[in-house]
Design a protein around this ligand. Structure first.
Ligand code: UDP
Ligand code: MG
Length: 329
């Protein structure tokens, strides 16, 4: 393993870090770099690009780790396998040195041209600049519908609301980044973690472009897992709802039981009621299994937390620094 620790003493020299997670994005790197570096070159602030290769099997890593030394500074971090976008972003956050940090998808769905507008808000004193999608171009109605259901449920159960249609594309100040880095949990639902620290926030609207090339790395199974992570790691409310369901069912059962007993005592009762028995039994079994599954979801996450495994493993870190930015020793 080749691993160079980032020198914390350098931190204040870097103004902006742009974190780009990569998973099999070799076709995207050249178009992304040409747009991103054009934007960064126009800025007054010094900037770096932090590429996190999340275990790509194509040549994404060889491309980013051998970038020509232009007027930019790059940190390229190679994870030892695919740990998922949330872990890749955590690795980026851990290594970013900037006073402001921006998350950017590699597929050009988040236009780099928005960066100067985001920095303007940061200079005006905001700690978080959320980027809200005005339209979700290139997405099916089902994805839009499921996303909207997710935000509704998430914001109903969670104490730190996640702004709707705000993805991972956002700017965070050093203070926010340091608060997120201090969070010890393994379960990295980044949209929730980003909004957890609070601080002063503003939201800009932008049009999210369709993916430039290739396909989304998320299928509905993965998205469902992410939604469950989000809900269970930010709220106990589902458990509270299960408790209330239990209370309601128990009281209804007592009342119904009382009624059946008194009816039998008063009028006598011939054996009857197969349909009602089945309905009650199946209904109760369903509710019990649901509640068990829910407890299981929480328990599984506690299991992951207590193991305290690292979020990701780094195989290699490469620095690409332009000669104009190398400081004499
Ligand atoms: N990504 C990643 N690891 C993964 C999946 C995705 O680092 O396991 C990166 C991917 O390379 C891209 C970003 O996360 O830069 C967003 O991925 P994608 O476009 O597939 O997601 P979507 O835009 O559909 O949410
Ligand atoms: Mg995308």
């Amino acid at each position: 393993m080749t691993y160079t620790r980032v020198n914390d003493g350098n931190r204040t020299e870097m103004c902006l870090s742009v974190i780009v997670p990569l998973f099999n994005e070799s076709q995207m790197i050249a178009p992304l770099l040409s747009r991103l570096t054009a934007v960064l070159a126009e800025l007054d602030e010094s900037s770096e690009i932090v590429f996190v290769d999340d275990g790509s099997s194509d040549d994404s890593w060889s491309q980013v780790s051998q970038l020509p030394l232009a007027n930019n500074e790059y940190q390229c971090i190679k994870l030892s396998r695919n740990f998922g976008k949330e872990a890749a972003m955590s690795a980026g956050i851990e290594h970013a040195r900037g006073l402001a940090v921006i998350m950017l998808d590699a597929d050009l769905q988040d236009p780099p041209e928005q960066i100067p507008l985001m920095l303007e808000q940061w200079r005006a004193g905001y700690d978080i600049v959320n980027m809200k999608r005005r339209k979700r171009l290139g997405e099916t109605w089902f994805k839009r519908f499921s996303a909207s259901c997710f935000y509704r449920v998430m914001n109903w159960v969670s104490d730190s609301p996640v702004p709707e249609n705000v993805g991972d594309f956002r700017l965070m100040s050093r203070q926010v980044v340091d608060s997120i880095r201090a969070l010890p949990e393994r379960n990295r639902f980044m949209k929730g973690l980003f909004s957890w620290p609070g601080f002063s926030q503003t939201t800009l609207e932008f049009d999210r472009d369709p993916r430039f090339v290739g396909e989304t790395k998320w299928n509905y199974g993965k998205l469902f897992g992410l939604a469950m992570d989000g809900i269970t790691s930010f709220s106990f409310k589902p458990l509270r709802i299960a408790t209330w369901c239990g209370v309601f069912t128990a009281f209804s059962a007592f009342a119904y039981g009382g009624w059946v007993v008194s009816k039998t005592l008063i009028y006598g009762e011939s054996v009857a009621g197969y349909p009602s028995l089945m309905v009650v039994q199946l209904g109760l079994a369903g509710i019990q299994l649901l509640a068990l599954g829910l407890i299981g979801e929480y328990l599984g996450r506690v299991f992951v937390e207590v193991k305290q495994r690292p979020l990701y493993l780094i195989e290699e870190v490469a620095f690409r620094q332009s000669l104009s930015q190398v400081k004499p020793n």
